[in-house]
Design a protein around this ligand. Structure first.
Ligand code: PFF
Ligand code: NA
Length: 449
C-alpha cells in the first residue's frame, strides 16, 4: 500500500524530524523563560516539579501528538476531526486544533517581542555597546530598551518578516539547514558560558538555588507555572508537534524520537539556568528580576570574560536562531490549516497570519511603555498573554489531546503508530494519557482557583 503523505511535504528522515522538532522545542522558553520563572518561583522545588511534569505529562503527550499527526497527515484541526470520525466520534474534536491555532498566534505575538530584544542585543554586542558593562548599567540599558516603543516595534517587525519568509518557503527548505548547524553551535556556546559560570564565586550558590529542594517555597501557582512551562518548552498542547508529526516518515520510532527531543530540550534549559544563576549571585543581582533576567545578567558575564564581545555576539545570534526556529513552528499549524481549508497559497496564508501577529505584538510591546497602565488581573498585556497561553491554554489543550488520543481514537490506530518495544510500555503510556495526565492537570487547575 502506498504510504499516505501530507500535501505540505515531509521530512527526509527521522533525523531531520528530530532536528525540526528540537528546533521548535529549544527556544526562548529554555534560555530566557526557564531561568526567569525559576528565579521568580524560588528555585529547586520549582525545578523538580518542572522535571516531573516533563517526564510524566510532557513525554506521553508528545507521543500522542506525533501519532495523531502522522496517522492523519493533515493540519491539527483536520487531523483530529478525521481521526475522531474514523473512530465513530464527532468531528467537533477539530475544535481543539482551532484553539491550538489561537494559542499559537497569541504566543507568537509576545514571543516576537522577546526575540526582538535578542536582535537588539545582537546589534549591541556587535558594536561593542555592552563591553565591560556593570550590572547597574546593564539594568538601565534594558529598561531604556523597554521604554522605547519605536525600537521595540522595529525589531518586532524584523522578526515577523524573518518568520514569514521561512514559513512561506515551506517546512523543508530553510528550516532544516538552520537547525542542523545552529543547534550544536548553541549547545557549545552554552557550555562556554557554563564554564565561565563555574569559574565565578557564585557557582555554588547558583547550583544550590537550582537543585536544593525546599517545599515551603512551592505554592500552587508555582506548580501551575511549572506545569504550564513543561508544555510551553516542549511546544505541546497546541498542535505544533502534531503538525510536525504529520510530516514525519512512517518508519521512525515515535518513542525514542520523543525521548531524544525531551532530553535535548531539558538539558538546554538546565544548562542555561546553571550558567545564568551564578552570574546573578556573583554580581549581587536579584534572581527574581523577571523577564529581563537574561538580558541584564549575560552582558555582565560577557563583559568580564576573555573575548567576551565575540562570545556575547555569537551567543545572542544563536539565541536569535533558536527563537526563529521556534517561532516558525508556532505558525505552522495555522498556515497548514488555512492552505487545506481555503486552498490559498502557503505564501498568502503566511503573510496574512504575519500581519495578525504583528498587530497583536504591538499591544504586547506597549505593555512596557505607552500601554503600561492597561492591566488584566493585575498583569500587563505581555504578562497576561504569557500567563493565559502557557498556564491555561496549553495545559487545557494538553488535557484534550490526551483524552482524544486515549479515549476517542481507536486503540488500533495508536498501536499501529506507537511501536514500543513492549506491550507493558504501551499500556503504561495509554494509562498515563487516560488517567494521570488529565487528572493531574485538572487538579492543578482546580487548586489554583
Ligand atoms: N518551545 C518553544 C520554546 O521553548 O521557546 C516555544 C513554543 C514553540 C511553544 C512552539 C509552543 C509551540 F507550539
Ligand atoms: Na523549549
Amino acid at each position: 500500500m502506498q504510504e499516505k503523505k501530507s500535501i505540505h511535504g515531509s521530512w527526509a528522515s527521522r533525523w531531520i524530524f528530530i532536528l525540526a522538532a528540537t528546533g521548535s522545542a529549544v527556544g526562548l522558553g529554555n534560555i530566557w523563560k526557564f531561568p526567569y520563572i525559576t528565579g521568580e518561583n524560588g528555585g529547586g522545588a520549582f525545578v523538580l516539579v518542572y522535571l516531573v511534569c516533563i517526564a510524566l505529562v510532557g513525554i506521553p503527550i508528545m507521543m500522542a501528538e506525533i501519532f495523531v499527526g502522522r496517522r492523519a497527515r493533515q493540519s491539527p484541526v483536520n487531523a483530529m476531526a478525521e481521526l475522531a470520525q474514523e473512530s465513530g466520534h464527532t468531528k467537533k474534536w477539530g475544535l481543539v486544533g482551532l484553539m491550538g491555532m489561537l494559542t499559537g498566534v497569541l504566543i507568537l505575538s509576545f514571543y516576537s517581542i522577546v526575540a526582538g530584544w535578542v536582535l537588539q542585543y545582537i546589534t549591541s554586542t556587535a558594536t561593542g555597546a555592552l563591553n565591560s558593562i556593570t550590572s547597574d548599567e546593564a539594568g538601565a540599558l534594558f529598561s531604556a530598551l523597554l521604554a522605547d516603543p519605536g525600537t521595540l516595534l522595529f525589531w518586532h517587525s524584523v522578526f515577523i518578516v524573518m518568520v514569514v519568509i521561512v514559513v512561506s518557503a515551506g517546512v523543508n527548505a530553510g528550516l532544516e539547514r538552520a537547525t542542523r548547524i545552529m543547534m550544536p553551535a548553541l549547545f557549545v556556546l552554552l557550555l562556554v558560558l557554563l564554564g565561565y559560570a563555574m569559574s565565578t564565586d557564585g557557582f555554588e550558590a547558583g547550583w544550590h538555588f537550582m537543585f536544593d529542594f525546599d517545599v515551603s517555597k512551592l505554592s500552587w501557582d508555582a506548580v501551575l507555572v511549572a506545569l504550564g512551562h513543561s508544555f510551553f518548552t516542549l511546544s505541546l498542547g497546541m498542535g505544533t508537534i502534531m503538525a510536525y508529526g504529520s510530516y514525519m516518515p512512517k518508519r521512525a520510532s515515535i518513542g525514542s524520537t520523543v525521548l531524544t527531543i525531551g532530553f535535548l530540550d531539558t538539558i538546554v534549559a538546565l544548562i542555561a539556568g546553571l550558567a545564568i544563576f551564578p552570574i546573578i549571585f556573583s554580581n549581587g543581582m536579584d534572581p527574581a528580576a523577571g523577564p529581563g533576567l537574561m538580558f541584564i545578567s549575560l552582558p555582565v558575564a560577557f563583559g568580564q570574560m576573555a573575548a567576551g564581545q565575540f562570545f556575547g555576539f555569537l551567543f545572542f545570534v544563536l539565541i536569535g536562531v533558536a527563537a526563529w526556529t521556534s517561532a516558525i513552528s508556532l505558525l505552522e499549524p495555522t498556515v497548514a490549516y488555512l492552505v487545506e481549508k481555503f486552498e490559498v497559497s502557503r505564501t498568502k496564508a503566511t503573510i496574512g497570519m504575519g500581519i495578525v501577529v504583528w498587530a497583536l505584538g504591538i499591544l504586547c510591546l506597549g505593555s512596557f511603555n505607552f500601554m503600561s497602565d492597561v492591566t488584566f488581573f493585575g498583569k500587563n498585556t505581555f504578562d497576561a498573554l504569557d500567563y493565559l497561553t502557557a498556564n491555561i491554554m496549553l495545559p487545557l489543550g494538553g488535557i484534550f489531546i490526551s483524552i482524544f488520543a486515549a479515549w476517542v481514537v481507536k486503540q488500533k490506530f495508536a498501536s499501529d503508530e506507537i511501536n514500543l518495544s513492549s506491550e507493558t510500555l504501551f499500556s503504561v503510556w495509554r494509562f498515563i494519557l487516560k488517567f494521570i495526565a488529565p487528572v493531574a492537570v485538572s487538579i492543578v487547575f482546580i487548586l489554583n482557583l
